[in-house]
Design a protein around this ligand. Structure first.
Ligand code: SF4
Length: 637
């Protein structure tokens, strides 16, 4: 068994209730390391081309990395991958908590679920005992309520992932929930659980993970923790978590507001990290092995009732706060709780709801169609729409499809303000004044998700671009609007590519990236601890090559699965190319189509992709992906 790994893949076919275990191959480890790498390769190899995302043949791959579950900061990440019902292409999402460590203690680096259960089911993995059980009594429960019920029924030591009613109704952006507030929110990974009648997976693990040099790894792990504690950013980060960046994003004019109509929310101090801490915080909460707990457990009272919820974190504040114009932290927390129970991704949920409100304001959706008047800033409107979406009642049936499909059906030019890329709704950064970040969204393999390359700091401040520096006011604030400059734009392309390689590295290893990106823990620690755990030298450069391999493979996957996939899927929505930001620090800025094309041309060239944005055969072969060359190119035509 390879050191650092549990050594097995667990396969469960829900149609037959068949269970199989196979050794984790050395080749898979060597070429794809773990986590997101395993997800990408297994999907490529095993998903039949052309599979319906909601069909029996789709798979959900859950994967850990070689550092998951060990004494390394933030080593609790689980990676989920599937053919996305939201985009039709490659989909993945990850979450913190305790699930993947427990999965490894039970003996599995990867769990693959295929098929479709005859009725509502749960999967119980208790070390070597694996069983698909009847889950009818849990069907219909809120995601958090279901986790609580399963803890009561199975035992506190089980780590549990669940989906909510939205997944049962096949809402295209349903999430997987865990640890009473952690979500794998993006790309509809929860929807695929729902399509398989899979309500939950519960895992208990009592084994260990082999490590080549336990004493050395322990010492190195301690140094990594100490590095986090010693960083200047540590004190500033932990009290607020990701919510701490709300002020900065507003002050540089990048905060999604009223369905991305503008980029500055005047009342941001009512929903920022300080408001969270002062008004609703109960306690800080962290994932497995985390020294910088960003989770904020909160209790909030609104006119609709009182809730206890983990959050809101920054993305939720951006999409349910500014973008829906909720201007009280209690109301954002309430909407957060509704999403969490229903099992709706707060990013896509907030984006879809704000899109619907703008459609109503513009007369493209009527009061009769919606069932009531709706308005920005009105909590009742937001909750009403979220509940309609989760049940697919009335207008909710259309909105459950996401903004791309909803706009295509509503018409009237609504596609211009359906804010998405590749069908995935845009997360929490308005980028008409941030070309690097815009390119990051345009080229993100899963669609408009910020976590692929957070280039905003580099756009705005240059310098280190670290979040801690930005919050502390280091680096330049935007003195003027970005204007097209080939040298500056070329540097942005380089930075986006660099980040698109750096960030997956954490996902391969199975650790949280926030210790690096937020606190500034040195990435060199990872290449130093890997030999102590696995016995193999793996330099940072080696890891970045694997990242590039994965990035090209996921692009090839989408080319294989989406007819006509290519450049046309990489453009931002019309609003960003045609409407100037009306007010705030970025007022007047718009990205022209010419700028977008220049960025794409430069990006494709530097990546070794053709002018349609498809990896060339030479590029794929150079990365050891020759097996993908022919299939991807022929399917994309
Ligand atoms: Fe989890 Fe936040 Fe810690 Fe990352 S920083 S491991 S997301 S608590």
């Amino acid at each position: 068994m390879a050191n650092g790994y549990a050594g097995q893949i667990l396969r469960v076919n829900l149609s037959t209730k068949g269970v199989a275990k196979q050794p984790l191959s050395e080749e898979l480890i060597q070429e794809f390391v773990g986590g997101r790498g395993f997800v990408a390769k297994l999907l490529w190899d095993e998903l039949p081309p052309g599979t319906d995302p909601l069909g029996e043949d789709n798979m959900v791959v859950m994967a850990a990395g070689p550092l998951t579950g060990l004494f390394v900061p933030g080593s609790g990440k689980t990676h989920f991958g599937t053919k996305s019902p939201a985009t039709g292409g490659y989909g993945d999402s990850n979450m913190g908590g305790h699930f993947a460590p427990t999965m490894k203690y039970a003996g599995y680096d990867v769990i693959i679920v295929t098929g479709k259960a005859a009725g509502p089911s749960i999967l119980v993995v208790d070390d070597s005992r694996v069983e698909v059980r009847d889950g009818a009594e849990y069907w219909g429960m809120g995601a958090i309520d279901c986790e609580k019920a399963l803890k009561d029924d199975l035992g506190e030591e089980f780590q549990i992932i669940t989906v909510g009613p939205a997944a049962e109704k096949l809402v295209k952006y349903a999430c997987i929930s865990h640890d009473f507030g952690r979500q794998a929110g993006r790309t509809g990974v929860g929807t695929v659980f729902g399509s398989k009648n899979l309500k939950a997976v519960a895992v208990r693990g009592t084994g260990t993970i082999p490590v080549v040099d336990p004493a050395g790894a322990l010492e190195k792990g301690k140094a990594m923790y100490q590095s986090c504690y010693n960083k200047p950013g540590f004190q500033g980060w932990t009290p607020f978590g990701t919510a701490g960046i709300t002020d900065w994003v507003n002050e540089v004019g990048a905060f999604p507001t009223r369905n991305f109509q503008t980029s500055y929310f005047k009342k941001y101090k009512e929903i920022n990290g300080a408001a969270l801490r002062e008004k609703i915080l109960v306690t800080d909460k962290g994932c497995f092995g985390c020294p910088i707990p960003c989770g904020k457990y909160s209790r909030a009272r609104t006119k609709l009732g009182q809730v206890t919820v983990e959050g809101p974190e920054y993305e939720t504040i951006a999409l349910l706060g500014g973008n829906c114009s909720l201007d009280k932290i209690e109301e954002v927390a309430y909407a957060n709780y509704i999403c969490d129970q229903l099992g709706i991704d707060t990013i896509s949920g907030g984006a879809v709801v704000s899109f619907a409100v703008e459609c109503f304001e513009k007369g493209l959706l009527s009061e009769t169609q919606i069932g009531r008047k709706i308005a920005f800033g009105d909590l009742e409107s937001i909750v009403y729409l979220l509940e309609k979406i989760a049940t697919r009642e009335g207008i909710g049936d259309l909105l459950a499809e996401g903004v791309r499909t909803a706009a295509a059906r509503i018409g009237g030019g609504s596609d211009k303000f359906a804010i998405h890329i590749k069908g995935l709704e845009w997360s929490g950064y308005e980028c008409r004044n941030a070309p690097g970040m815009m390119l990051s969204y345009m080229t993100a393999d899963v669609g408009a998700h910020h976590n692929r390359a957070w280039a905003l700091g580099f756009d705005i401040s240059g310098g280190s671009g670290s979040v801690t520096d930005l919050i502390q006011g280091k680096g330049e604030r935007p003195a003027s609007l970005s204007v097209f400059d080939p040298a500056a734009y070329a540097a942005k392309v380089d930075k986006v590519i660099e980040l698109q390689h750096m960030r997956p590295m954490f996902d391969l290893l199975g650790v949280c990236r926030l210790q690096w990106v937020e606190i500034g823990m040195e990435v060199s620690h990872y290449e130093e601890i890997m030999p102590l755990i696995s016995g193999k030298q793996m330099s940072l450069a080696d890891l970045l090559v694997v990242s590039e391999r994965v990035w090209n493979l996921t692009r090839a996957f989408s080319a294989r699965e989406i007819p006509g996939f290519g450049r046309s899927f990489d453009y931002p929505p019309g609003r960003f190319l045609e409407e100037r930001i009306p007010d705030g620090p970025s007022a007047g800025r718009v990205m022209s189509k010419e700028e977008a094309d220049w960025l794409l041309d430069e990006y494709y060239r530097k990546r070794g992709w053709d002018e349609n944005g498809l990896p060339t055969a030479a590029t794929l072969e150079g990365l050891g992906l020759g097996f993908a060359a022919e299939t991807a190119a022929s399917r994309a035509k």
